[in-house]
Each structure stands twice: as C-alpha cells, then as structure tokens.
Design a protein around this ligand. Structure first.
Ligand code: CO
Length: 172
C-alpha cells in the first residue's frame, strides 16, 4: 500500500459519519493491518479508517509509549473530556502540509475494543489524549480545521483553497 491511498481534503468521505464495526472479524483485522502499514509509511502517529475511504469506526495510533505503539481501537467512544483544555499544533495526513493550533481537552477517557476483541478503557492525557480526540473526530466527519478559531482559520485559508483546487482538478 502506498501514500496515495490516503484520502485528501476535501474528499467527501472525510465528512461522513462512520458506522460501528461491532464484530472483529478477518476483514476488520486485515483493514487494521493495512491502516498500520499506511500510517507508518506516511509517517503519521494516527490514522482513521475514513481516511482510506472506509466509513468504519476504526482508528490506529503509533506513539512512542509501548502500549500505544501500533494500537488499534474499534468503535472507540470518548466517555469523558476534561474541562481543562490546551492548544497544540496539529497536522493530518488528509490535510498535507497544513498545521494549526487546535484547542482540545487535556485529558480524556476513551473506551474501545482492541484487535483481540477486548474492551479497554484508556485514561489519556497530553499527546495521547490529543491523538485520540483527533482520530475519533474523523469517525464523526470532523477534521481539525473544523475546530479552529477564526484567527487560525484565516491562517490556513489559502492552503485549503489550494487543496480544494487540486481535488477539483483530479476529480473533473
Ligand atoms: Co487526521
């Protein structure tokens, strides 16, 4: 699999609400394997199935911390958002070369199913909490650019316009 498999803004699949997986079968496992491979190849630390054009509630992450290296979560749900928020610069494999500061909860608690079918609860903070929020947003058709303040939004306008033009040229 190669980088081109990643859907780029404004591909409409990125705006879709994804469906629950419920059952971890061979197809799910094969998809997770592809997702991990593509994420690694693209140098990302997180990837959601809709970014490959598949509207299923699956995310993968790869953080340095051992238990979160190559972690896949099926049907993840954020059960708790801390009131305390932080701004941090984000990027997205579906928004190449665009970065902006996004405000998100410092801590979250996420429930989800692992590849082995085990229900887990993750108490996340800092970068892990951020990646989980970013990836789970993808499952709801939300991109980080949808969460920018007006100032930050202005800063990425031209880059978004360029992606829009590129997409139109590719699809017409
Ligand atoms: Co993303």
């Amino acid at each position: 699999m190669v980088r081109q498999d990643i859907k780029i803004y404004p591909d409409p699949v990125l705006k879709k609400n994804s469906e629950e997986v419920k059952k971890v079968d061979d197809n799910t496992l094969a998809l997770i394997k592809d997702m991990l491979e593509i994420m690694k190849e693209a140098g990302g630390i997180g990837l959601a199935a809709p970014q490959l054009g598949i509207s299923k509630r699956i995310i993968v992450l790869s953080l340095k911390e051992k238990s979160f290296d190559r972690l896949a979560l099926i049907d993840p749900v954020i059960e708790f958002f801390s009131k305390e928020t932080v701004f941090m610069e984000e990027g997205c494999l579906s928004l190449p070369e665009i970065n902006a500061k996004v405000e998100r909860s410092l801590k979250v608690i996420v429930k989800g199913i692992t590849r082995s079918g085990r229900l887990v609860e993750i108490n996340a903070e800092n970068l892990l909490a951020r990646v989980l929020q970013h990836e789970i947003d993808h499952l709801n058709g939300v991109l980080f650019i949808d969460r920018l303040g007006s100032q930050e939004k202005k800063g990425v306008e031209n880059d978004l316009e360029a992606l829009y033009k590129r997409y139109s040229a590719l699809t017409h």
